[in-house]
Design a protein around this ligand. Structure first.
Ligand code: FNR
Length: 426
């Protein structure tokens, strides 16, 4: 029988993933937070163990959590960062990342770094600290190494605070952001490029720019959070400018051989919201499709389609396929426009058969090895009636079952290569 597409390799530029299963980025809020420590924002034994055990267990690609390109780009003081680019002497952030990357490579895994800046959603406490205080979001103030006065956004001010329904206890809700100047926007773009170059120097295989979930680049994309009247706000062209500049700068800072992914919120779920009416629109699937078509020329290899997170009045229409359906639509429109950009699906992917079906071209026979289809699959061009996505990003299921790739292989009856040390179990 032919191997289901999910377990076929996928080559993107010079990097071959052994299967189409990607560990989606997940913040662990477990890095050093004390600014006077040289290990600020650096990976530790925790990250080696956490990412290392995922690398041992068969995913084609393991992403780190979002690593901040600037200190005030961390969601919490305990986030990872990659803003130290010391020439000559190697920084702790670099060395600790390299340790994890080297371990992943020693296990035949590929490792990706997601680069981000949290913008107006930064300087918040880890979720469990918030929960312990009886709120959904606890602001991190200076006493716990937060940066309440340096929370930035495309447009600042009290009106631009991410609000929460209950603000009575004074703990809920986010900090008041301040407006980024044009020169700070240029610095942000350079910071993404510098972090990308440092990641590649550490041996990272794939980079992803985080422009989803209401973080800074997402805030620029949406007219709801971007009220600027300069060249970075207003029209679609202007709102996407900082993202295009970031992509170009990152692409220019890394070798052609390194794949570049982009995570977006396919929609911010504000179609019928009051705020969208007030500002004359929101970021929806149509905007995502328009952007997706531009990505190939910008040097982005894969669009990773998530959704939501940019405004508190979002109305998410949850279902098992609520998000993967958007990925499928984006992929369909890309192919109809003759674009080769790969598409990643994410969200509620927990069942082996679901993961298999998302990336399986319908024409592929189960018992005939289709050499042509396999060759195309390796190029990332899957044959026949189109699958919904080219790979699946899975987050929470890997927390519940770190060996989920083994679970999928077992359920689908596919023989995969297990780590030699595990051989007696299989
Ligand atoms: C996340 N998610 C996330 N997304 C992202 O782009 N960067 C990040 O750093 C994080 N951090 C994070 C932490 C934790 C604990 C969770 C559970 C999630 C979102 C994640 O990558 C994924 O998109 C969603 O969780 C939906 O996928 P699942 O969990 O349904 O497979």
């Amino acid at each position: 029988a032919s191997i289901p597409t999910i377990f076929q390799p996928l080559t993107i530029r010079n990097v071959t993933l052994k299967n189409r299963i990607v560990v989606s980025p997940m913040c662990m809020y477990s890095a050093e937070s004390n600014p006077s420590s040289p290990a600020l924002g650096a990976m530790s034994d925790y990250h080696l163990a956490h990412l290392g055990h995922l690398a041992l267990k068969g995913a084609g690609l393991v992403f780190t959590e979002a690593m901040a390109v600037q200190p005030n780009g961390r969601i919490s003081p305990n986030d990872l960062g990659l803003w130290q680019h010391d020439e000559g002497s190697e920084s702790v952030q670099f060395k600790e990342l390299k340790r994890v990357v080297d371990f992943a490579h020693s296990q035949g895994a590929r490792i990706g770094v997601q680069l981000g800046h949290a913008g107006r959603k930064s300087s918040m406490a880890a979720p469990w600290l918030a929960a312990a205080s009886g709120t959904t979001n606890l602001r991190a103030d200076a006493d716990v190494y937060g940066w309440p006065d340096n929370v930035v956004a495309p447009t600042g001010g009290a009106e631009m605070i991410w609000k929460r329904p209950s603000t009575e206890n004074g703990l809920d809700g986010f900090h008041t952001p301040r407006t980024l100047s044009v020169s700070e926007i240029k610095d942000l773009v350079s910071a993404f490029a510098a972090s990308a170059a440092t990641a590649v120097k550490a041996g990272v295989d794939v980079l992803e720019i985080h422009a989803a979930h209401g973080y800074l680049l997402n805030q620029f994309l949406s007219p709801v959070t971007n009220r600027r009247t300069d060249e970075y706000g207003g029209s679609y062209e202007n709102r996407t400018r900082v993202l295009r500049e970031t992509i170009s700068a990152v692409r220019g800072a890394i070798p052609d051989s390194v794949p570049l992914f982009l995570r977006v919120s396919g929609t911010e779920w504000l179609d019928e919201s009051a705020v969208a009416q007030q500002v004359g629109g929101s970021w929806g699937v149509d905007s995502t499709v328009r952007l997706a078509k531009e990505l190939q020329d910008l040097g982005v290899d894969l669009i990773d389609v998530s959704s939501g997170g940019n405004h508190e009045t979002q109305k998410i229409k949850f279902s098992k396929t609520y998000q993967t359906a958007i990925a499928a639509q984006v992929r369909k429109e890309l192919r109809a426009a003759g674009r080769k950009t790969l598409v990643g699906a994410v969200g509620f992917i927990t069942e082996p058969s679901q993961a298999k079906d998302l990336v399986q071209g319908a024409e592929q026979s189960d018992d005939v090895v289709d050499v042509k289809a396999e060759a195309k699959a390796v190029e990332g061009l899957v044959s026949g009636p189109e699958p919904d996505a080219d790979c699946v990003f899975v987050a929470r299921e890997f927390l519940r079952d770190p060996a989920w790739v083994f679970t999928v292989a077992k359920e689908l009856g596919v023989k995969i290569t297990y780590p030699i040390q595990f051989a007696r179990a299989f």
